[in-house]
Ligand binder design. Structure first.
Ligand code: C2G
Length: 737
């Protein structure tokens, strides 16, 4: 039998995925030993229910740690209680593939002490995980290691050593996970976890394994899915926890491993190399500012790690690195600091001369950053410099019209040919002038997130206008799904701390923004969207007429706008998404072509080109048209999927259709929604081309059917917009009353 040992502290949702994956194992001869780490359990999580749900199906046995708590103690208790001849450690926040254990057990036999598989790192929850998609980050190992039996007493450790260590550039990566151990091997050699070690007990355990292992197997197709917590702020994993004593635990672990491996040169050397690398790259950088007392204590502690290393290891480093390491062995903090500074300056210089971006950043820091701030300069940016649109455009226009030369207006653009009316300075995103103006301007107006590493002076004011009432869940409300990578929540958290104001279009957004950005209510301006001001123009028909001419739309035709959004799982890379048009344009042309033209508006992340051959008299591609507000004005019907466009469009009280052909996947796997879409949307959900055609042909009937829902929706989401949002925002933010 195989005993799966799980230590549990917190994270019920993760544990559910973990249990599910055990239940789905092809390999059935198992018991699951769950050890509750009492001190860390949050009673509110109420995992009893989960325990009874899985009790039979995964042969669950539950124990509790005593006074001695922590993961190490919990795993040791599990080891003690395990009834199987084999044991396998599984973390409560990770999960397995169906064939993981079968694959491992296939390579395990009586002669072997252990067999190990492969670890995939991902942030996906189980339902969103698909190995074939290649979205997972694998552990970098390309090396194949076949199952090996070696009965030779002079067993050469370098192979197992190689495989397990080559990919461990860092001590914290050494893990016991993904490995089936023969229990007798562990007990005979007294291998267990060091309970003093709060964070890094795996390296020591693994070192003992390496020192004693004779025969082993490997199956690289047996996948252990190691899941990052994507919410470091609210539910950090052990490796993401912040603790002042973490470094001390880290050093202790190194010292213990080095001591344990003294008699095996190859293992010992590997630890020494890792220790020196870490000291040079991470520790030595910590001693930069002299201030804290703590640092001198840590200095001795950290340096003791290098002191343990042999001269031979140190001699392999370059001149500067050698100086750092040698001075560490003499415990000379001043000199470590000096040489570490030299190393960093050297690196900075190299980077400056190899990357323009680094050069600009350095100039920004040392030159522009020292210049005086200009209190009447405002920087505007819409959709990362792509467009002249959104709230920034209409705030800018309002200020231009009413306060003209009181301000200097700066627009951040990707292409200087972007047409911007009025008197402004256009600067290229990430060019030298960008840094100059960003750093000196008092105000920034942006409708997306700002570059996260960008420094902001305390005296600067950032107005984050955002770009829509959210339908699909955002940031902290998102589950562990495709676009929610582990750093994402942390980055957005940091970025949003720099926003002085966040604009909201309605009470609903105000509520959601508080949870999704973990943002304070006091700083949310619930004043409506300036970009919706033109929708309340008195001369809307005249404006629509002019725009029709500008866009080449025949006056005798009605206009159907199709504005879908992007899909998290369908990309070429960051910010470059694919889109397959699920509309049968040919059929649509046959059915409604006499009465309508279609405006196709792809989301700004979509890079795929649309093939519109033979459609020129029926379809107009307005994806590159800067301002979607204009497009709303000329459209008689708006059809979208999950895009926020409909919240804005509803201000016009014109019909809205939802072409949600992939609804289940989008809702249940990719994102999740804030609204109960079946009940609350002001238009029908359509899933086929037939339904789309039918709805368009019978649009009056649709209008009638959704009349009440539409009014309710309008009252809830369009209650603030009235044509004067820009005025309200400017008076609040720029003090221009
Ligand atoms: N947009 C557009 N064309 C599209 C889709 C969107 O111009 N085909 C613009 C609209 O201004 C819209 C905004 O981008 O309001 C946001 O688009 P979404 O499709 O909702 O997607 P996203 O960029 O993920 O925005 O809270 C806002 C959203 O939830 C997030």
């Amino acid at each position: 039998m195989l005993s799966i040992i799980i230590a549990f502290g917190k994270g019920k949702e993760y544990l559910k995925d973990c249990f599910d994956s055990i239940k789905e194992q092809d390999y059935k001869d198992i018991e699951t030993v769950l050890v509750l780490d009492k001190a860390n359990i949050n009673p509110e999580e109420n995992i009893e229910e989960l325990i009874s749900e899985f009790s039979q199906s995964i042969n669950l046995k539950v124990y509790e740690t005593g006074d001695n708590s922590g993961v190490s103690a919990a795993r040791n208790l599990g080891l003690l209680k395990a009834n199987g001849e084999h044991v396998y450690f599984l973390d409560s926040d990770d999960y397995l593939m169906e064939d993981t254990l079968t694959g491992l057990m296939k390579t395990m036999d009586e002669n072997k002490d252990l067999t190990y598989g492969r670890i995939f790192h991902t942030w996906f929850k189980k339902a969103a995980f698909n190995v074939d998609q290649g979205d997972v980050i694998d552990d970098g190992s390309e090396q194949e290691v076949d199952s090996k039996v070696n009965n030779d007493d002079n067993f050469n450790f370098s192979e197992i050593n190689d495989y397990k260590f080559k990919n461990f550039a860092n001590l914290s990566e050494i893990t016991v996970l993904g490995t089936v151990f023969k229990k007798k091997f562990l007990t005979d050699n007294n291998i267990k976890f060091n309970e003093e070690q709060k964070y890094y007990s795996d390296p020591e355990f693994w070192t003992k394994v390496l020192m004693n292992v004779k025969n082993y197997g490997c199956n690289k197709d047996s996948i252990y899915v190691k899941r990052y917590h994507n919410d470091k702020i609210n539910l950090p994993s052990i490796s993401q926890m912040e603790d002042d004593r973490k470094d001390a635990h880290f050093v202790q672990s190194f010292l213990d491993c080095m001591k344990l491996s003294e008699s095996k040169t190859d293992i010992r050397n590997h630890f020494e190399k890792m220790a020196c690398d870490y000291y040079v790259k991470v520790f030595s950088r910590k001693f930069h500012d002299n201030s804290a007392d703590k640092e001198s204590i840590d200095f001795a502690l950290m340096s003791s790690m290098v002191k343990e290393c042999g001269k031979k290891t140190i001699s392999k480093y370059g001149f500067v690195e050698k100086k750092i390491l040698k001075n560490a062995t003499d415990y000379n903090m001043e000199k470590v600091k000096k040489w570490s500074n030299i190393r960093l300056i050297k690196r900075k210089l190299v980077m400056m001369f190899t990357s323009k971006k680094h050069m600009y950043r350095t100039i920004n820091l040392y030159v522009f950053g020292k210049m005086k701030q200009k209190d009447n300069w405002i920087v505007f940016e819409s959709f990362v410099g792509r467009n002249y649109s959104g709230q920034p455009k209409y705030i800018y226009r309002y200020l231009q019209k009413n306060y003209g030369s009181k301000f200097k207006y700066i627009w951040v653009v990707n292409d200087k040919n972007l047409v911007i009316d009025g008197n402004c300075k256009k600067i290229k995103r990430f060019g030298l002038k960008y840094y100059y103006y960003m750093t000196r301007s008092k105000y920034w107006v942006n409708n997306m997130r700002q570059p996260h590493a960008y420094p902001k002076r305390d005296s600067q004011i950032m107005l984050e206008t955002w770009h829509g009432t959210p339908l699909k869940k955002l940031v902290f409300d998102m589950d562990d799904v495709h676009s929610a990578n582990p750093k994402y929540k942390q980055i957005v958290y940091k970025q949003s701390r720099k926003w002085d104001y966040l604009l909201s279009d309605n009470p609903f957004s105000t509520e959601k923004f508080q949870s999704c950005f973990m943002y304070e209510k006091d700083k949310i301006l619930e004043l409506g969207y300036p970009a919706n001001d033109p929708l309340y123009d008195k001369d809307l028909d005249k404006k629509a007429d002019e725009l029709k001419t500008k866009l080449g739309i025949p006056k005798n035709k009605k206009v159907l706008l199709y504005a879908p959004t992007w899909r998290d799982d369908n990309s070429y890379g960051a910010g470059e998404y694919k889109f397959e048009l699920a509309l049968d344009l040919k059929r649509l042309k046959e059915e409604i072509g006499d009465e309508y033209v279609i405006l196709l508006r792809m989301h700004y992340w979509i890079v795929d080109k649309l093939d519109l051959t033979g459609m020129s008299d029926f379809v107009i591609n307005v994806s590159n048209y800067s301002d979607i507000t204009d497009i709303y004005i000329v459209s008689d019907i708006c059809m979208t999927d999950y895009s926020s466009v409909f919240f804005d469009y509803a201000n016009l009280k014109r019909p809205i259709l939802y072409y949600m052909y992939d609804l289940e996947k989008y809702r249940d796997v990719l994102r999740g929604f804030y609204l109960d879409i079946e009940k609350e949307l002001p238009g029908p959900i359509l899933q086929t081309n037939d339904e789309v055609i039918d709805a368009i042909k019978n649009i009056d009937k649709v209008n009638e059917e959704y009349k009440d829902k539409y009014q309710e929706f309008y009252n809830r989401f369009c209650c603030i917009d009235d044509g004067n949002a820009a005025k309200r925002v400017c008076e609040k933010v720029f003090d221009v009353k």
